[in-house]
Design a protein around this ligand. Structure first.
Ligand code: PEP
Ligand code: MN
Length: 273
């Protein structure tokens, strides 16, 4: 088979590191032989909301709890997240369930607030915030880097390279859909990027079918397709009551739907082994 390579990469490519990178977060392993399932609401909204959803997703088999506290919204008039209070509630849910937590950091000045957060997320809108990436390269927590919706694979991997080149090798990639001419879905999930990145990089890559499609009914099929394409896991938005969600309700699935999703995802992952 012809080898695919990108010349400007040196730390994220398979040439430098032929084996898959496996990132440990507590007992959870991301990459390699394991399937990682991250789930939770788009935004932390209240104590009851995050504790209830954390317990439910854990019962269904999720490995990591997500919840946004600093929300980079398209409109400044939309819910901006609970900020520091949101991170405190997320941490409470971590203590209550034992699940590791992930949340998005939008500026390095907030770093101290993230002391109990296990994985720091860089959102699609900040993928090329190079100063932020360089600062995140100086810490020792895993960074989940989401692909910018207008960025190609070379640019995506170059951003991982920024973090790694500053000293932090624990980078998890996340394909979350790119902007195309299609209007019926929020973005277009680029599954060939997943398969391609598995070839050229040793870093774990997850698929986010929620932001990729913007449609809750598409989250299950695109999760399965993502895993079938070689993803090391998925990150899914789950809400107790999607209709009442303060952000991204239309793409959020219910805990019951998530339960089915986990069961089917595991089967697909197993079938590929
Ligand atoms: C998110 O995961 O909360 C998010 C805002 O996603 P993205 O950066 O991919 O839009
Ligand atoms: Mn969201």
């Amino acid at each position: 088979m012809e080898e695919i390579m990108i010349e400007s990469l040196c730390r994220s490519d398979r040439k430098s590191h032929p084996n898959d990178t496996v990132i440990s977060v507590g007992d959870v392993k991301i990459g390699g032989k394991d399937l990682t399932i991250i789930a939770g609401p788009c935004s932390v909204e209240s104590e009851e909301q995050i504790i209830e959803i954390a317990k439910k997703i854990k019962k269904s088999g999720a490995n990591i709890l997500r919840g946004g506290a600093f929300k980079p919204r398209t409109s400044p008039y939309d819910f901006q997240g609970m900020a520091a209070d949101g991170l405190e509630l997320l941490n409470l849910a971590k203590k209550e369930t034992g699940l590791p937590i992930i949340s998005e950091i939008v500026g390095i000045r907030h770093l101290d607030l993230f002391s109990d957060v296990d994985i720091l997320q860089v959102g699609a809108r900040n993928m090329q915030n190079f100063e932020l990436l360089k600062e995140l390269g100086k810490i020792d927590k895993p960074i989940l880097l989401k692909r910018g919706f207008s960025n190609n694979i070379r640019e995506f991997l170059s951003c991982a390279e920024y973090i790694m080149n500053s000293g932090n090798e624990n980078v998890i990639l996340c394909e979350r859909g790119i902007r195309t001419f299609e209007e019926l879905t929020r973005n277009t999930l680029d599954l060939s990027a997943v398969a391609l990145i598995r070839e050229i990089s040793h870093l774990p890559i997850l698929v986010d079918p929620s932001h990729a499609t913007g449609v809750s009914n598409l989250v299950l099929p695109m999760s399965l397709a993502g895993i079938a394409s070689g993803a090391n896991g998925i990150m899914v938005e789950v809400h107790n009551n999607p209709k009442q969600a303060l952000s991204d309700g239309e793409q959020s699935i219910t805990p019951e739907e998530f339960d089915t999703l986990v069961e089917k995802s595991k089967k697909i992952f197993q079938a590929l082994k």
